[in-house]
Ligand binder design. Structure first.
Ligand SMILES: [Zn+2]
Length: 113
């Protein structure tokens, strides 16, 4: 992980992994994701799975380990969501097929077929 030890603008000595220079306010690296942002990302991953994969791709390029983790979790949530979606569609299709077949059987037996 990259450690910024002095500000490129005012040359103040900074603690490692500072997001802003405390002296001049220069932005040094991207802010860590806030809890609200994380919740948003996970919600999007669950509700619209393809976007979760985009987060996985986007955050895998970040240096920050915490941000990378959010991307990974978003990817995992996306995959789980996709599996659940596919599984429900299959289950629903099966249920509908059984219903339709029963209906057809009844109709056939009514006409003595
Ligand atoms: Zn500075």
């Amino acid at each position: 992980m990259e450690q910024i030890l002095s500000c490129p603008v005012c040359h103040a000595t900074l603690p490692p992994n500072s997001y802003y220079c405390f002296n001049c306010g220069k932005k040094l690296q991207d802010n860590p994701l806030t809890l609200i942002n994380k919740v948003k990302i996970y919600a999007i991953s669950v509700l619209v799975p393809p976007f979760g994969l985009w987060y996985l791709y986007k955050y895998s390029k970040f240096n920050d380990a915490a941000t990378k983790k959010v991307g990974k979790v978003a990817g995992i949530v996306t995959i789980i969501s996709l599996i659940v979606t596919v599984w429900s569609v299959i289950a629903l299709t099966k249920a509908l097929t059984i219903m339709v077949n029963r209906q057809l059987d009844q109709t056939y037996s009514q006409y003595g077929l």
